[in-house]
Design a protein around this ligand. Structure first.
Ligand code: FES
Length: 374
């Protein structure tokens, strides 16, 4: 199958009469393709070695299907709700993410290995050289390319390998179901059902309950170490990440851990330098306490922690996609993909001199979500 473009091309009628082999030969000749090496993987059909190779490929596709099923099962039925450390359920809960990651990863890997092995063991070995040409393809090229593709399918021998076809279909099908389950998961099980967090996108752990004070608490790395903050604890120009604390939770291990872990709780307490000029947001003129300003740490773009503070410029940088928020200008975005200002927590100092929240944020924190209108 070598040579350049032939002088006499077939007419449309002759083209319609040509079978696949003839079209393939014509196509390679027209395209200036030279086949320099061609070798069937299994010149003698039905040998034990060939059947063994077939079973190996099928095994990988079966593993892909089983891992896909395991992923679906774990995704839908494994206990996923947060359980505090030292509880009996914590181990099961902490296995949820590794388990769905492992099973989905194994399913993808096994599908890939199966496809690779099939290519290595059954697709004929061939080496072809083709000259490039300019412009679009004429009708004759399109017809011959289709024939070449069909020919490649036939030569791959997939048509007569029903075991591989069935297991590959099963593996890819179950894997596809697993992938579909991720976006459709919320329709299968409602994460807010029977949960006290039903409205949790609209409020945070800073929400006052039963009139109890909510203190600003430092995170020391040990959940039972409760360190409250007074204004004199923070130097001018400094900042610190703080979490909510209520006296009623002092001996409640689960509540203490949950307050440190809840995703929308972290707040950056910033002490500006004296005399620093600040533009406050309309309706939030009283949210600061002197030079102390408290902003949600959750980036309004996609929810990363915006923890890099540059005190000279007053800019808070989110390391994920480089959004910058201006602390001197009510946390307004100055650069990057974020479009909303960081929500500000209203704070004050109680009669004992500790910093406390005067209420929850007055808007939802973090990135946009379906029900949010702004
Ligand atoms: S999450 Fe902060 S910039 Fe994207």
């Amino acid at each position: 199958m070598s040579g350049g473009k032939p002088d006499g091309l077939p007419s449309e009628a002759e083209l319609a009469d040509m079978d696949r082999d003839e079209l393939v030969k014509l196509g390679t000749a027209i395209d200036g393709v030279e086949l320099v090496h061609y070798e069937e993987r299994w010149p003698v059909k039905g040998t034990r070695a060939e059947r063994r190779a077939e079973r190996t490929v099928a095994l990988w596709f079966t593993i892909a299907a089983l891992a896909g099923l395991a992923f679906l099962g774990a995704f839908l039925f494994w206990p996923w709700k947060y359980e505090a450390p030292h509880t009996d359920e914590h181990i099961l809960y902490s296995l949820y993410t590794p388990l769905i990651g492992f099973t989905l990863g194994l399913s993808i890997l096994a599908l890939g290995v199966g496809a690779l092995l099939y290519t290595k063991k059954f697709i004929p070995e061939e080496l072809a050289v083709q000259q490039r040409h300019d412009g679009g393809s004429p009708e004759i090229d399109k017809a011959t390319v289709l024939a070449e593709l069909a020919d490649a399918g036939v030569r791959s021998t997939i048509g007569r390998r029903s075991l591989i076809k069935r297991t590959a279909g099963l593996g890819a099908g179950v894997f596809g179901l697993g992938v579909l389950a991720v976006p459709l998961g919320a329709l299968v099980k409602n994460p807010w059902q029977d949960s006290e967090t039903k409205n949790s996108l609209w409020h945070t752990g800073w929400k006052a309950e039963n009139g109890e004070k909510v203190y600003l608490r430092r995170h020391t790395g040990r959940f039972h170490d409760v360190e409250l903050i007074r204004p004199e604890d923070l130097a001018a120009g400094g900042f610190e990440t703080v979490f909510p604390f209520r006296e009623s939770e002092r001996d409640d291990e689960e509540a203490l851990v949950a307050a440190l872990k809840r995703a929308d709780n972290p707040v950056m307490l910033i002490r500006l330098r004296p005399g620093q000029e600040v533009v406050k947001r309309d309706g939030q003129e009283e949210f600061n306490y002197g030079d102390f300003y408290a902003y949600s740490k959750i980036c309004t773009h996609l929810g990363c922690p915006t923890s890099l503070y540059e005190q000279q410029t007053g800019l808070l940088l989110c390391p994920c996609h480089q959004s910058q928020f201006d602390v001197f200008h009510y946390g307004k975005p100055r650069f990057g993909p974020a479009t909303r200002a960081l929500p500000q927590l209203p704070i004050t100092v109680d009669e004992d001199g500790y910093l406390i929240a005067r209420g929850d944020f007055i808007e939802a924190v973090g990135p946009a979500f379906w029900e949010r209108k702004s």
